[in-house]
Design a protein around this ligand. Structure first.
Ligand code: AMP
Length: 390
């Protein structure tokens, strides 16, 4: 089945056409700067396009995608649309898109203010522009809904969970689910009897503990700010730091929001960049800020892996994925070095060979398994979509 996968953000629409049989993307692209000055960039079987155009709303962006897919002779073969949705609130699995689903996504706007309205609008536009195609919503949070209360509750008064839904939701669920299934397949293990830790490391990063294919703990929380140190996000910090800064500098909520979401993480620590390529290169050349940013990133990650490991009876494999997890041998090596207590030992040669294009084991023989598996969220969205519309 050909599935159009749409990821509607606040000012962008990413798309991919996935063939679920061959598991290949036939076309992919992006409309960005919606509302400002649209920019379209895509590759397809007929040609590639890259142009600026007037794109005031998501409707124009989805129309531009349709026109491009027409030109690529793909539209008539597409049988369904799968939407990536950041926050699924109550949803525990992917859902067919109905008006109720769209209304619910809008109703939880406060949980992800930039994303949820854009997802709802994207679904409405797609319904108008592709009226005959069934649509499915695939939620980043759904995979984590199997966590037990002891893992998802915060230590604040219980009434805020009951009244306001304040709890750990977790994110990157599609990626954690994809790579955990891949790990079982590659290791020829029974998914109903396998314990895994998955580390999705990109601009946003999170780790999950997965017991028999179900998530039992994860590092992201009520929002994707919790947990690991990321590109520009602080990850978990003592919340009293925010009270201190508010009192000392008079910072309001928006200033603090920007500080911990956009100015922190690798960027804030290094004073140089949020990009792990720049950080690892500068660290190896002796840049002190980059060195400390890399050390904090890897130490926090190791500490979180050690922490969530406590929700598993054993660890059958530790899986690295995401832009950093797949590409940075230096980060993987440092993290495995920090995890010596759990028995991990890196195989330097395997670690430097395996990555984006070669799945594989990176730990030494006869030591606990660590491996790299490239993630493919679009493919999983397409497969879920196919399963629900068939
Ligand atoms: P993602 O959000 O999954 O696209 O990942 C983006 C992150 O991956 C950025 O921090 C990039 O610097 C990082 N990344 C991509 N390629 C490499 C590489 N070859 N070495 C280190 N980090 C990389």
């Amino acid at each position: 089945m050909l599935v159009l996968v749409l990821n509607c953000g606040s000012s962008s629409v990413k798309f991919a056409v996935i063939n679920t049989a061959s598991k290949e993307a036939l076309s992919s692209g992006l409309v960005e700067n919606i509302g400002v000055n649209g920019h379209f960039k895509a590759k397809g079987p007929v040609d590639n396009q890259d142009y600026n155009f007037d794109c005031p709303t998501h409707a124009e962006a989805v129309s531009a995608v349709q026109k491009y897919l027409d030109d690529q002779n793909l539209t008539s073969s597409i049988e369904a649309i799968g939407h990536r949705v950041v926050h699924g609130g109550k949803y525990i699995r992917s859902e067919k898109v109905t008006q109720d689903v769209i209304d619910y996504i809008r109703s939880i706007t406060l949980f992800a203010p930039l994303h949820e309205p854009a997802h709802a609008t994207g679904m409405e536009c797609a319904k108008k522009i592709f009226p005959t195609l069934p649509q499915v919503a695939v939620f980043d949070t759904a995979f984590h809904q199997t966590m037990p209360p002891k893992a998802y509750l915060y230590g604040i008064p219980y009434e805020y969970y009951e009244k306001d839904g304040i709890r750990r939701y977790g994110f990157h669920g599609t990626s954690h689910r994809f790579v955990s299934a891949e790990a079982c397949r590659m290791l020829e293990r029974n998914p109903d009897d396998t314990c895994l830790i998955t580390a999705h490391l990109g601009n946003g990063s999170s780790c999950s503990a997965i017991l028999n294919s179900e998530c039992v703990d994860t590092t992201m929380g009520f929002t994707p700010l919790d947990g690991l140190v990321m590109g520009t996000r602080s990850g978990s910090i003592d919340p009293a730091i925010l009270f201190f800064l508010a009192k000392k500098y008079g910072y309001d909520v928006d200033r603090l929001d920007k500080l911990v979401n956009k100015e922190s993480g690798l960027l804030g620590l290094s004073g140089l960049s949020n990009d792990m390529r720049t950080i690892t290169k500068a660290a190896s050349e002796g840049h002190a800020g980059a060195r400390i940013a890399l050390d904090v990133f890897c130490f926090r990650l190791s500490r979180c892996i050690g922490g969530i490991a406590m929700s598993l009876p054993r660890i059958d494999a530790l899986v690295f994925t995401g832009g950093i997890g797949e590409n940075s041998a230096a980060v993987r090596e440092q993290v495995l070095h920090n995890l010596q207590l759990l028995g991990y030992r890196v195989d330097t040669e395997k670690n430097s060979c395996n990555g984006k294009n070669t799945n594989g084991i990176i730990s030494s023989d006869h030591t606990p398994l660590a491996m790299v598996i490239p993630t493919n969220e679009e493919l999983l969205i397409a497969l879920d979509t196919e399963a629900l519309v068939r």
